[in-house]
Design a protein around this ligand. Structure first.
Ligand code: MN
Length: 262
C-alpha cells in the first residue's frame, strides 16, 4: 500500500472500521505509524541475550505482618493489597555494580523497601493458586523505593498515595533469573543494609500471601499477562536513606544488588 492509499483509508471512517473488523495481526502491524517512538522497558535475564519486556508493575502492600504493624495496620484483620508503579519507573541494576540512584524530588523522607520480584511469562484471570506458579518466568531482587512523607500525607487526607510510590526510578530491580535455574522462592533470607548496617532482615516464609497466592489474588482484579512483574512486599524496618548512602540487598539464592543514593 502506498502512503496516499493508507491516508485515504485512515480518513475514511467506514473503511477504517471495516479494516478493524478484520482484526488480523498482519493488518494491525500495517496500521497507522506511531507519531513518535516510546521506549520499550526491559529487564536483562541472567544467562540470556534476550531481555524481559515489562508490561505492568504490580506491588503488594503490607505482605509481612511485622511491616503491616509498623505501617499502622492489623495484619490479622486487614489483608495485603495491591498498587501499581508506571512501567518506566524501572531502574535496572547489573550484578556486581553499584548503580547511582537519584534522590527523587519533593521528598525529605525517602525509604528503602527490599522485595522479591516475580516476573510472569503468561497470565489470565481467576488463576487458581495451585496453578499460579506455572505463569512465573523468573525472579529478581527489587527495591520498592518510597517517598514516605508524601505517601503518609496523602493517606492522612484519604487521597491516593500514588505520588509516594509511582515516580521515576522508583522500581529498582536486578536481572531476572529464570525459574529453570533457581526454582521457585517460598523461603529464604532477605535483607537490606545501609552503609554496612543491617536495616531489614527477614525470611520469605513470613510473607502473608505467597507468590502463588499473590498471582491468584491479582488475577481476580486484573487480567495478568506476560511481561507483568510483581513486587511481593517488604519486611519490617523500612527506613530513610540520604544522598551518599550505599544500599546492599541480599536474597538467598540470588546475587546481591547494590545502589548508591546520589
Ligand atoms: Mn513495598
Amino acid at each position: 500500500m502506498n502512503p496516499i492509499d493508507r491516508r485515504t483509508i485512515l480518513t475514511t471512517g467506514t473503511l477504517a472500521l471495516a479494516g478493524a473488523a478484520v482484526n488480523q495481526p498482519a493488518k494491525a502491524q500495517a496500521g497507522p505509524k506511531a507519531l513518535f517512538a516510546v521506549e520499550t522497558i526491559t529487564i536483562p535475564v541472567v544467562g540470556e541475550t534476550d531481555v524481559f519486556p515489562v508490561r505492568r508493575i504490580y506491588c503488594i502492600g503490607r505482605n509481612y505482618a511485622a511491616h503491616a504493624i509498623e505501617r499502622g495496620s492489623d495484619p490479622t484483620r486487614e489483608p495485603p493489597f495491591f498498587f501499581q508503579k508506571p512501567t518506566d519507573a524501572i531502574q535496572n541494576v547489573a550484578v556486581g555494580s553499584v548503580a547511582d540512584h537519584p534522590y527523587p524530588s519533593l521528598t525529605k523522607n525517602y525509604h528503602h523497601e527490599v522485595e522479591l520480584v516475580a516476573a510472569l511469562k503468561s497470565g489470565g484471570t481467576n488463576i487458581p493458586a495451585d496453578k499460579a506458579l506455572e505463569h512465573v518466568y523468573g525472579y529478581a531482587l527489587g527495591l520498592d523505593m518510597t517517598r514516605r512523607d508524601l505517601q503518609n500525607a496523602q493517606a492522612a487526607e484519604k487521597k491516593p498515595w500514588e505520588i509516594g510510590k509511582s515516580f521515576d526510578h522508583g522500581a529498582v530491580i536486578g536481572p531476572i533469573h529464570p525459574v529453570s535455574k533457581t526454582g521457585h522462592f517460598s523461603k529464604g533470607a532477605i535483607s537490606l543494609s545501609v552503609n554496612g548496617t543491617v536495616r531489614q532482615n527477614s525470611d520469605l516464609d513470613k510473607m502473608i500471601w505467597s507468590v502463588a497466592e499473590q498471582i491468584a489474588k491479582l488475577s481476580e482484579a486484573f487480567e495478568l499477562k506476560a511481561g507483568d512483574i510483581i513486587y511481593s512486599g517488604t519486611p519490617e524496618n523500612v527506613g530513610p536513606v540520604v544522598k551518599g548512602d550505599v544500599l546492599l540487598c541480599k536474597l538467598q539464592g540470588l546475587p546481591d544488588m547494590s545502589i548508591k543514593i546520589v
